[in-house]
Design a protein around this ligand. Sequence first.
Ligand SMILES: [Zn+2]
Length: 99
Amino acid sequence: MTKYCLHCGSALGIDCGDAEPDFNDDFCSNICYQKGINKSKFTDMQLMMFADGELNDRELSMDIISALIKGDKELKGRLDVFVKTSTLLRSLLTKEEDI
Ligand SMILES: [Zn+2]
């Protein structure tokens, strides 16, 4: 099974643009590793839906939850924004409904 660098997408175990040996199982080089770990794997849209309880992707929800449990502060910060925004939007948009 061919694995690909999570950052640049080049095939691992073969080569990389920088012609370095693979950094690890997920990244082809140290540069990609540094960039890759700083890039969250969750999109704003996914976090927004998660905050709203509308993310109909059980596996992804579990990924988000486990990242939060592991103490991903960056993720928690992003999620907090959506939770607040979502509550605010809901209170503005729903006048009659009890939620
Ligand atoms: Zn790479």
